[in-house]
Design a protein around this ligand. Structure first.
Ligand SMILES: [Zn+2]
Ligand SMILES: [Zn+2]
Ligand SMILES: [Zn+2]
Length: 347
């Protein structure tokens, strides 16, 4: 019930959208989230060494995992208030939201970390995937990174996020369906076949090392979308050996370095790890990969997900993927020299 001003008690629950068959996380408490926090008028960083949240780790750390201070999902989420109408389905917003602080340094990007340091970040992702994945109420571990004010990132200190979700998110569900369908029809792996075809065409590969390919995919939705494909068939970080983790770390450095070299300025992007769900079912047909979306379509022009994209989930690609791939190849060669320490080759 609302009060006379129309203020509803803070809701924290999952609500089912029956039109598209997906859960929405309603997190009324998150509206108090600060935009670029300040303490006594000065900008204040909660992730720098010595801040209240990081204090217990001392000053001698490389990578730390913290609970998200404004979690969309929590372990003590209230039992949802059931609606009298069965169409309005709700469920508990149970889950865990964490922040991976990737370095004690306040500024920078993944390309500014050394290869060895980047491996430590991947090891942190892997540990959390394993630990959170064992919880019986968790179905999916989303590992992602948002960077830049263009996509609403309020904290500049390098960090990524982990959401342990009580459901499989719709985008992953769709990928699983496509991978399974392909496997049933052809008897092989969808992404394995795509990798073979991309290598054969060699028009969109940007970078390669022993274990991964960095590609602007044939079917990119965003102008400078980049995917990292593991060459070997594997479902999650847990399946990667030491060398593959190092190769993945190398790829994450070169992709972020490539973005920051593209227009010679710090670029915003979204990074999303696509791994198999952790609900105990068999996903051996799925193939682990990482996707990057970058909101610019030209130096000073943002690409918006607007009417046709957001209203219909139909993407228009401004430009030609193969020529954008050329631009990324040039930026990659620049990044290779600028940041150094890479173990693969540019195209
Ligand atoms: Zn900081
Ligand atoms: Zn595969
Ligand atoms: Zn994917």
């Amino acid at each position: 019930m609302s009060d006379r001003e129309g203020n509803f008690p803070e809701a924290h629950e999952l609500r089912w959208n029956p039109l598209i068959g997906t859960w929405i996380i309603v997190a009324g408490h998150r509206k108090k989230r600060p935009w670029r926090p300040e303490e006594s008028g000065k900008p204040f960083c909660p992730f720098c060494p010595g801040a209240p949240e990081t204090k217990k780790f001392g000053s001698n750390w490389d990578v730390i995992v913290l609970p998200n201070r404004f979690p969309a999902l929590t372990l003590d989420a209230p039992e949802p208030v059931l609606s009298k109408n069965s169409l309005f389905k709700t469920s508990r917003a149970i889950g865990i939201c964490e922040v991976v602080v990737e370095t004690p340094k306040h500024e920078g990007d993944l390309c500014d970390l050394s290869l060895e340091h980047m491996v430590k970040v991947i090891n942190a992702y892997t540990r959390e995937y394993e630990r959170l994945g064992k919880l019986d109420f968790i179905s999916y571990i989303a590992v992602f990174r948002n960077k830049g004010k263009e996509i609403g990132v309020s904290l500049t200190h390098p960090h990524s996020q982990i959401y342990a979700l009580p459901f499989i998110p719709p985008r992953i569900k769709r990928e699983l369906d496509m991978f399974r369908k392909h496997y049933e029809e052809k008897g092989n792996c969808l992404l394995g076949e795509i990798i073979k075809a991309e290598i054969k065409e060699n028009k969109r590969i940007i970078y390669e090392n022993n274990d991964v390919l960095v590609i602007l995919p044939y079917y990119a939705m965003w102008p400078y979308e980049i995917h990292i494909y593991l060459k070997r068939h594997a479902q999650s970080l847990l399946d990667l050996d030491k060398d593959e983790k190092r190769s993945l770390a190398d790829a994450l450095r070169i992709v972020t370095g490539t973005y920051n070299s593209l227009f010679d300025r710090d670029m915003p992007y979204i990074m999303a790890f696509h791994q198999a769900p952790v609900n105990g079912d068999d996903y051996s047909y799925y193939h682990f990969h990482v996707e990057f979306y970058q909101p610019y379509r030209e130096r000073d022009k943002l690409k918006y997900a607007a009417g046709i994209e957001w209203g219909y989930w139909t993407f228009t690609y401004d430009g030609v993927p193969e020529s954008k791939a050329e631009e990324l190849r040039r930026a990659c060669r620049k990044a290779y020299k600028k940041y150094g320490g890479f173990i693969g080759r540019c195209f």
